[in-house]
Design a protein around this ligand. Structure first.
Ligand SMILES: [Zn+2]
Length: 280
């Protein structure tokens, strides 16, 4: 992973965006490091995804794809939301969001690897989640609570944050870091909803079961009770793991994460991943 960090630092220092070759190189370092050779045959870089110009990356079970047009769109949508006086950080910003997409796709590879080890709770969760893909249009209507997407976005952003946390401070200042943390936390919490009256947070996994209850789940072999047992069995996991899996979190934990995204102490360089790993 050091090699990836060195490459991104180099590009940021040169004020250059990560190139097609850089993206492929990062992928190959990850494939080797994580021993994913069996799961990723090729890394392809194409101009656009036919049929969906917004798609920035894709994993089809054997190859990884990245799309220039989709990447540009994803980056610019986020960049346009930034206050304009942050122009100096534009290259860092573009490279951050490129990393988010790379790590997002690798999260899907990891899910596929895990599906071979069905005993693990996380893979069981995705096995349930995947059954709902048999209901027509279910996930196109409920994209935000598809647990494999929740996981891929959380890991995408949190891994990119972790890399940027280790950049030299003259490249990524604590002030810049807060912007990346803010984007990361906003994205993660966007799939959670707040029920203010009951002071309860409704997690993606809970929203999923509410939505899915409208359908005949027996027909697709989805055991609702087992799924509910599974999502409430993660109580002792760290906040990091819960958020990455879309599991229930307490009202206090939600407030804590929200606060981390808004803290205003310019001098302090917060390690978001560590904070979440050491909290429930
Ligand atoms: Zn995805």
């Amino acid at each position: 992973m050091d090699e990836i960090l060195k490459l991104v630092i180099k590009r940021n220092q040169e004020r250059k965006e990560l190139t097609e070759q850089d993206i492929k190189r990062i992928c190959h370092i990850m494939i080797q490091g994580k021993r994913y050779e069996e799961y990723v045959e090729e890394v392809m870089y194409e101009n656009e995804c036919s049929g969906d110009l917004d798609t920035a990356g894709k994993y089809d079970g054997s190859n990884l794809y990245f799309y220039q047009e989709g990447l540009d769109r994803f980056i610019m949508t986020n960049y346009d939301a930034l206050p304009k006086n942050l122009d100096g950080t534009k290259v860092d910003f573009i490279n951050f969001f490129t990393l988010v997409i790379i790590f997002h796709e690798f999260a899907h590879v990891r899910q596929t690897v895990m599906s071979n080890f069905k005993l693990n709770k996380e893979s069981q969760l995705y096995a349930f989640n995947d059954k709902l893909h048999n209901i027509k249009d279910f996930y196109s209507d409920n994209y935000k609570i598809d647990l494999t997407e929740v996981n891929a976005w959380a890991l995408g952003f949190l891994n990119a944050c972790e890399f940027y946390h280790h950049m030299p401070k003259e490249i990524v200042t604590p002030f810049d870091m807060r912007i990346y943390m803010y984007y990361t936390i906003s994205k993660i919490l966007s799939s959670y909803t707040v029920d203010g009256e009951k002071e309860k947070i409704v997690a993606p996994a809970e929203r999923l079961i509410i939505k899915a209850s409208d359908y005949n789940l027996d027909k697709i072999g989805f055991n609702k009770d087992k799924f509910i047992d599974l999502i409430y069995s993660g109580e002792n996991l760290s906040l990091y793991r819960k958020l990455c899996m879309g599991l229930p979190i307490s009202f206090d934990s939600y407030a804590y994460v929200n606060l981390l995204g808004r803290c205003n102490n310019e001098g302090e360089n917060i390690n978001l991943v560590k904070k979440l790993q050491h909290h429930r």
